[in-house]
Design a binder for this molecule. Structure first.
Ligand code: CS2
Ligand code: MG
Length: 403
């Protein structure tokens, strides 16, 4: 028996804001869960502190499923990014505790390793095509087997995924949203040119990916998919906004380029139709945004029935706690595809000491008990929360668009 004695939210900003939940049981075990929603860190902190933790204290920490159901079905206003990140944090912390109580790494508790390592993809980006290809070569030299390519668009001052820092990417760049400008007409021709140059420079023994970041209409996404077919992308991601899951059918009718979606999804209901109709090839839901380990397993099991593989989001704004838990999930899950790996700053890694490590293009969660990530609370306190918002996007004529 391990009654929950305390639970509290730790806000810290070691280079960027993170919301972390720490749960402690009466027998002295502690567990951590990531609750970070980029630009909405305080909302999740409040949902946990004001609406969940009071009902969590005193519960049996080992009853992970019952606690998950209590906070999901018990919330009349259910689902959504804030609610599901808060539930995810509790779920992840409880799995951390249960694995520690069992004296084993979390992946063993889930069912053991299904592979020797977790293939990850890094982010090669640059203001110009040449800069991006040079970055891609650098990632190849670091041993990456999969590389995401994002390049500047001639005529646009900025675009998604092109950053000053090359190993990590933080788009929440101001207290109030900065306004970016977008042009699909200018963007569409750049990606085939980028992939042609990348295949020329890197050859075919490397997976190449691209994130469209929700910015095309379905028929424009179909056009891009067709244009990229000669270069065999591993996937194009978020080709069109996925509120209308049916719109992926139109893309599917025109191209065999693999499709990935789901980093903004927070429950299986957001992707059930996409998976059951085989409209996608990779599901990108994450431990922190999609209800934790417990719900990610449900999504993965549904996906497995339809040949859809996991490809979890792993941006800098998902904390090392999420990355650590995700890697245990990735090592176990039978229908694994790839794990995104945007590195964290040195100060973030210092605040969140972790057991996972990178080698030859793979991450491995390590053999520490639990998910293998801790928090240095004294150091975390030295980085107070700082308001930061994601940008917004407008077309050149001022029309609001998707960022
Ligand atoms: C992106 C993210 O990594 C990705 O695939 O979509 O960088 C996303 O823009 C950020 O996580 C938003 O906070
Ligand atoms: Mg993305």
């Amino acid at each position: 028996m391990a009654r929950i004695k305390s639970a509290r939210v730790i806000l810290t900003c070691p280079g960027r804001n993170f919301t972390t939940l720490k749960i402690e049981t009466e027998d002295g075990l502690t567990g951590l869960g990531d609750a970070t929603v980029n630009g909405r860190e305080l909302a999740v902190a409040s949902y946990l502190t004001d609406h969940m933790i009071p009902a969590l204290i005193g519960r049996e920490a080992h009853q992970i499923e019952d606690i998950w159901q209590y906070f999901y079905r018990g919330a009349y206003w259910r689902r959504g990014p804030i609610t599901m990140a808060a539930i995810a944090a509790v779920d992840t912390a409880l799995w951390d505790i249960k694995a520690k109580a069992a004296g084993m790494p979390l992946y063993q508790l889930l069912g053991g390793a299904s592979r020797t390592g977790v293939m990850v993809y890094g982010h090669a980006n640059g203001g110009t095509l040449d800069e991006t290809i040079a970055e891609a070569r650098r990632y190849r030299e670091m041993g990456y087997k999969a590389i995401r390519l994002q390049t500047g668009v001639p005529g646009l001052a900025s675009t998604y995924g092109v950053s000053g820092d090359k190993l990590f990417y933080e788009p929440a760049d101001a207290a109030l949203p900065t306004e970016n400008v977008w042009s699909t007409v200018k963007y569409l021709p750049t990606v085939p040119r980028l992939f042609e140059a990348a295949r020329e420079a890197l050859g075919w023994d490397v997976h190449l990916l691209h994130d469209v970041h929700h910015r095309l209409t379905p028929i424009e996404a179909a056009r891009l998919g067709k244009d990229l077919e000669p270069y065999r992308p591993f996937w194009i991601e978020d080709p069109t906004p996925a509120e209308n899951q049916e719109s992926f059918r139109l893309i599917r009718q025109h191209t065999t380029t693999p499709l990935a979606v789901g980093e903004v999804f927070n429950t299986v209901w957001d992707c059930k139709d996409l998976i059951q109709n085989q409209l996608i090839d990779y599901i990108r839901t994450t431990v922190v945004h999609a209800g934790g380990i417990s719900h990610m397993r449900r999504i993965a099991h549904l996906a497995e029935l339809y040949g859809v593989r996991t490809g979890s989001h792993g941006a800098t704004d998902l904390s090392p706690v999420c990355m650590g838990a995700a890697l245990h999930f990735d090592l176990w899950v039978p229908n694994f595809g790839v794990q995104e790996y945007m590195r964290h700053t040195a100060e973030t890694d210092a605040v969140f000491p972790h057991a996972y490590s990178f080698k030859d293009g793979d991450l491995h969660p390590g053999e520490a008990v639990g998910h293998g990530v801790e928090i240095d609370e004294a150091l975390a306190a030295q980085f107070p929360y700082r308001p930061a918002s994601l940008p917004v996007n407008r077309l050149e004529d001022g029309t609001m668009h998707n960022w």
